[in-house]
Design a protein around this ligand. Structure first.
Ligand SMILES: NC(=O)c1ccc[n+]([C@@H]2O[C@H](COP(=O)([O-])OP(=O)(O)OC[C@H]3O[C@@H](n4cnc5c(N)ncnc54)[C@H](O)[C@@H]3O)[C@@H](O)[C@H]2O)c1
Length: 440
């Protein structure tokens, strides 16, 4: 198993002289690249988007969790550089693929980025190279899509000449306690040599590496994590709908249940799911299972409930205005927070987009404010974040809190607004039984 190619690569990884390439410098790739650099690896990031490459090479970051100073320091020290030129792969010893895995409009997985990144890599695959796929995807992708394309390369054998593994990315943007560096990293290879080499590489830069026996186990572990979240969010969203019918305060119910010290994990309802992971990854799994004539029922059901939450939030806004004698049509609704979760600048799949779209369809005059997202262009509409937040709060017929950014001064907003629909319990106890506040 451990031939000279293996031993030589292992030595380079352990001595951190291996040349690293990260394919895809987004929310996942850029933090990962910086972690490798901090461990002493020389890293080249390859991304087809020229603006990102220019930003990095100018010492600037476009990812909120990565400060400009860090990028600047790493670029100036010669450890980090970026390029759009895939020929940088020629000299690479270790390659991490961090490209997007979105859904197509039909709801099917869009694996075109993984395919194109692999096809860009294939001409440069050489003896003594380790490749790790990080993109979240259905079990079997690394073997079926990546390995098959790399195996077409002139006679190179996986596990002997080159090494291939899957390592799911768990980074939670905006989070300070668990980062790319200290969140344990699962790594599963095509062969045991692949697992060993990949785990050794990642183990040089990340705090804890968790080796597993195959790429499929690593792929499925990621989907279990995100499916677990998605289903539990679906459950608590349905609880919110049930409590609404029963006239019970769902937030108080959740707080009470969460006092149980074991056997319960707290999830909170909201206006819908967002982000690049939780709403999407489970659908990769159900799609794969459909091809095997199995219907992933929990996923389908939770997805249906979660997808309907923006409409539930719309109903709350409509009813709240109605109770004050105002029709939604023509009313001024100020949406507070549009990022898919608090304190980040990511709008992907954000339920705010659906809520705003639904409000507009009903004829409401919608404006929004988000400290992290200056403008939105979506479907057939564009909006800019309002400048004078409190002036808008004052004149709005309804303020709808969609994302509970921590920078908002909620007591002041409560004081100034005439009506608040709080879909995130951002106001906490201040909003409970308050005549101006309707909670989800
Ligand atoms: N964002 C998260 O919080 C998060 C967390 C865990 C896992 N993931 C997963 O990680 C993967 C990457 O997500 P992301 O959020 O970093 O996406 P992203 O869109 O922020 O970044 C992807 C980058 O890849 C680049 N790219 C596209 N095609 C490429 C190619 N052929 N070669 C090289 N680069 C290419 C894009 O230009 C972009 O800069 C996805 O599978 C996602 O599901 C994301």
């Amino acid at each position: 198993m451990e031939n000279s190619t293996f031993t030589e690569l292992m030595t380079k990884l352990e001595q951190r002289t291996a040349r690293v390439v990260v394919l895809g410098l987004g929310y996942v790739g850029l933090p990962l690249a910086t972690v490798f650099c901090e461990a002493g690896f020389r890293v080249v990031g390859i991304d087809p988007v020229e603006e990102k490459v220019n930003e990095i090479n100018s010492g600037r970051s476009y990812v909120l969790d990565i400060p400009d100073e860090q990028v600047d320091r790493l670029v100036k020290s010669g450890l980090l550089s970026a390029t759009t030129d895939f020929s940088a792969l020629k000299d690479a010893d270790a390659v991490s693929i961090c490209v997007p895995t979105p859904l197509r409009k039909t709801g099917d997985p869009d694996l075109s980025f993984i395919v194109s990144a692999t096809e860009s890599l294939a001409p440069y695959l050489h003896k003594g190279m380790v490749v790790v796929l990080e993109s979240s995807t259905y079990p079997g992708t690394t073997r079926e899509l990546v390995l098959t394309r790399l195996c077409e390369v002139g006679g190179l054998q996986v596990g002997k000449d080159f090494f291939l593994a899957f390592s799911p990315e768990r980074v939670d943007p905006g989070r300070k306690d668990w980062t790319t560096y200290n969140t344990p990293k699962v790594v599963g290879g095509i062969t045991s040599a692949c697992t060993k080499i990949s785990a050794a590489w990642y183990g040089q830069a990340l705090k804890t590496v968790v080796p597993v026996t195959s790429t499929e186990v690593a792929e499925m572990a990621k989907l279990l994590e995100n499916t677990f979240r998605m289903i539990n969010i679906g459950l608590v969203n349905e609880l919110a709908i049930m409590c609404d019918r029963l006239g019970i305060d769902v937030w108080e119910v959740i707080e009470a249940a969460a006092t149980k010290p074991f056997g319960f994990m707290k999830f909170t309802p909201g206006p819908g799911l967002g982000g690049h992971c939780i709403p999407i990854d489970p659908l990769y799994l159900s799609w794969k299972l459909r091809s095997l004539n199995y219907n992933a029922r929990f996923i389908e059901l939770a997805s249906e409930i979660n997808t309907n939450m923006p409409r539930f939030a719309l109903g709350k806004i409509q009813d709240a205005l109605n109770d004050r004698g105002k029709p939604l049509k023509g009313s001024r609704v100020l949406v507070l927070g549009v990022a898919y979760k608090p304190d980040i600048d990511d709008l992907r799949e954000s339920p705010a987009l659906d809520v705003i779209g639904l409000l507009r369809k009903k004829g409401a005059q919608v404006s929004y404010h988000d400290p992290y997202i200056p403008a939105i262009s979506h479907d057939d509409w564009t909006l800019q974040s309002v400048e004078d937040l409190m002036a808008q709060v004052k004149t709005a017929d309804c303020v709808a809190v969609i994302t509970n950014h921590s920078s908002y001064d909620y007591p002041a907003i409560l004081e100034t607004a005439s009506l608040i629909v709080d879909t995130r319990n951002a106001l906490g106890n201040m909003g409970r039984d308050h005549p101006k506040v309707v909670r989800l």
